[in-house]
Write a protein that binds this ligand. Structure first.
Ligand SMILES: O=P(O)(O)OC[C@H]1O[C@H](OP(=O)(O)OP(=O)(O)O)[C@H](O)[C@@H]1O
Ligand SMILES: Nc1ncnc2[nH]cnc12
Length: 170
């Protein structure tokens, strides 16, 4: 299955100069969606992962089905004021803008092995913030998995020596 062929590129969205990678075209194609998740399953099935962490919203559509397929738990990372219990919070920069992410304070137990998953690695700000949240809770980080990597934005640099998997590159 060629995953890249199922991703649509929209010029000048959400602002001039950004070439937006639209994954809705992949998600609506059942066999392509399943093939993507299965590729991740093959890579991570023997890594003894306890939890998969996904930042909202597009991270959920990767992290949750992957957690289900691996039979492990899913932890949502959300924008502020969405989680009902006590949270920890980190602020970060986007390719377009600035935002904060929060996680429940009791989401991860110290030493649990976690994988971070999202649809796309751009500047790395979102995942650096998610990583920071997981580190605050003393997680053991297995790595980070992305469907798409925008290599020209050098997001990997922000993530140090973390093990990173990306299935499609631009
Ligand atoms: O590597 P970065 O520069 O941080 O950019 C990548 C992030 O940007 C997008 O999310 P966005 O914040 O637009 O939110 P959404 O998933 O709710 O659309 C995308 O889903 C990644 O999470
Ligand atoms: N170019 C892009 N396309 C889709 N999502 C993004 N998130 C950050 N940059 C993006």
């Amino acid at each position: 299955m060629n995953l890249k062929d199922n991703i649509r590129v929209i010029p000048d969205f959400p602002q001039p100069g950004i070439r937006f990678k639209d994954i809705t075209t992949l998600l609506k194609n059942g066999p392509a969606y399943q093939a993507m998740i299965n590729e991740f399953v093959d890579i991570y099935k023997d890594k003894e992962i306890d939890l998969i962490i996904g930042p909202e919203a597009r991270g959920f559509v990767i992290a949750a089905p992957l957690a289900y397929a691996l039979g492990v738990g899913f932890i949502p990372v959300r924008k502020p004021k969405k989680l009902p219990h006590e949270t920890i919070e980190v602020t970060y920069d986007l390719e377009y803008g600035k935002d904060s992410l929060v996680m429940h304070k009791d989401a991860i137990l110290p030493g649990q092995k976690v994988l971070i998953a999202d649809d796309l690695l751009a500047t790395g700000g979102t995942i650096a913030a998610t990583l920071e949240l997981a580190k605050q809770l003393e997680a053991e980080i297995v790595g980070a998995a992305f469907l798409i990597e925008l290599t020209y934005l050098n997001g990997r640099k922000k993530l140090g020596d973390m093990d990173i998997t990306t299935l499609v590159q631009y």
